[in-house]
Design a protein around this ligand. Structure first.
Ligand code: GLU
Length: 427
């Protein structure tokens, strides 16, 4: 594990919580879909929430108690699906909002899952590798009562990765007495992970950026891009967009951003960053803050870091033509309205970052069949699904004269409602 050098946490103010954002979005869509009030109530609540407080022995011998969550929003369309994040600010409300987004996302890309999310309030960079492993295993053991390949399937999210999925898979399997690869996705290939999963979210973001640029008649070669976040989503998307001929003007992480008006040398930055925790210190670009980065003139702005980054405080200064949401919930409803009035197209999270859960679905299917596919088959299926969903969303947006987010949510929410109605209320 790379030891973090101390860096000031540089984040924009979050005025609206993610849960409020997701509820506001649902309220608007429920009106457009003319949902009865009881159906709105049902969708506005999470079906099952587990909160756990658990002890972990630290390397110095002391005991530390952590708070964790696993929340299942809706399971009408199938087992719950969604990531686990490690972040100091993880809260019950965030996890609720993120679980709801997973329900709409899975329904939008039409995979047979409901939505869930989990998290632990922790800064994983402040733990040693063995502390991280013990914390992960104890958290996995605490939530083992509600997860499982037919019930709820976790995956990586912010600050979690294939190694953490491997520990969860092992912990769950030890308790069952046999290997259960299908209990998590995003695990290492050696344990039944799929080819293409690590890159899937970033690849999907790149495909959607390409489709959205084409739609607006922006030539791909030389289209200018600004990316906030260099994690698994932003990092991969940046690399693939640079390879596809886009000009990446700026990138950032929590330590701040790098900018070159002529375009950054992305392969050089990625090489330099290997073995380092942060971008700050890279010598061959101008340093900028995350706040400045979000306001740079460009064709495509990709917020791929935290929720709530584009809000009332800065939406009027965003000078991108298209915003492609790599993160979940990066734009608040107030900002959505400001961007809409200014003619900025926002491609919503549940569409733009759905490549991750799509390839998670392919992984789960391969695990259940114990039959594994080639990488080009996975990438082809990913592209086909994402491009088809993008077209469906654009078509509905045009037909109903609504923004892309509203159209995407209308498609997703309606599918969940249809499933609830087909099943009927029990008893
Ligand atoms: N954490 C990712 C998301 O927000 C992926 C979830 C999954 O693969 O289950 O979509």
């Amino acid at each position: 594990m790379v030891t973090a050098t101390s860096q000031p946490a540089e984040t924009a103010p979050i005025s609206t919580t993610l849960y409020q954002t997701v509820l506001t979005q649902l309220r608007e869509v429920a009106a457009l879909l003319e949902l009865e009030p009881g159906m709105f109530e049902l969708l506005a609540h999470c079906k099952r929430e587990l909160m756990v407080q658990f002890p972990v022995r630290m390397d110095d011998g002391s005991i530390r108690v952590f708070s964790g969550y696993r929340t299942q929003h809706n399971m009408a369309r199938g087992p719950a699906k969604g990531g686990i994040r490690y972040h100091p600010q993880v809260s019950r409300d965030d996890v609720r909002g993120l679980a709801m987004l997973m329900t709409w996302k899975c329904a939008l890309v039409n995979i047979p899952y409901g939505g869930a999310k989990g998290g632990v309030a922790v800064d994983p960079k402040a733990l040693s590798r063995s502390e991280l492993e013990r914390m992960t295993r104890r958290y996995a053991s605490e939530i083992a009562v509600i997860i499982g390949p037919e019930k709820d399937i976790p995956a990586p999210d912010m600050n979690t990765d294939a190694q953490i999925m491997a520990w969860i898979m092992d912990t769950y399997s030890q308790q069952q007495g046999f290997s259960v690869p299908g209990v998590v996705t995003g695990k290492p290939i050696i344990l039944g992970g799929t080819r293409g999963r690590t890159e899937a979210t970033g690849r999907g973001c790149m495909l959607i950026a390409r489709e959205a640029a084409r739609e607006q008649g922006i030539p791909l070669s030389g289209a200018t891009v600004v990316v906030q976040g260099m994690g698994n989503v932003g990092g991969v998307a940046t690399q693939l967009m640079a390879q596809a001929g886009f000009t990446v003007l700026a990138v950032s992480d929590s330590s701040g951003g790098l900018y070159d008006p002529k375009g950054l040398d992305i392969p050089d930055i990625l090489r330099w960053r290997q073995g380092r925790s942060y971008l700050s210190g890279y010598p061959r670009a101008e340093r900028i803050t995350n706040a400045t980065l979000l306001e740079l003139p460009c064709d495509i702005l990709m917020p791929a870091a935290m929720e709530g980054q584009i809000g009332e405080h800065n939406a009027a200064q965003v000078r991108a033509k298209i915003v492609v949401e790599g993160a979940n919930g990066p734009t608040t409803p107030e900002a959505d309205q400001i961007l809409l009035n200014r003619g900025v197209t926002v491609v919503p999270d549940i569409l733009a970052n759905s490549g991750g859960v799509l390839v998670s679905y392919f992984e789960w299917v391969q695990d259940l069949q114990a039959f594994f596919w080639e990488e080009d088959e996975i990438n082809q299926r990913l592209e086909k699904s994402m491009v088809r969903t993008y077209r469906e969303v654009v078509e509905l947006a045009q037909r109903r004269n609504v923004p892309l987010r509203t159209a995407a949510l209308m498609l997703g929410v309606q599918r969940v409602v249809d499933a609830i109605q087909a099943r009927g209320l029990y008893p």
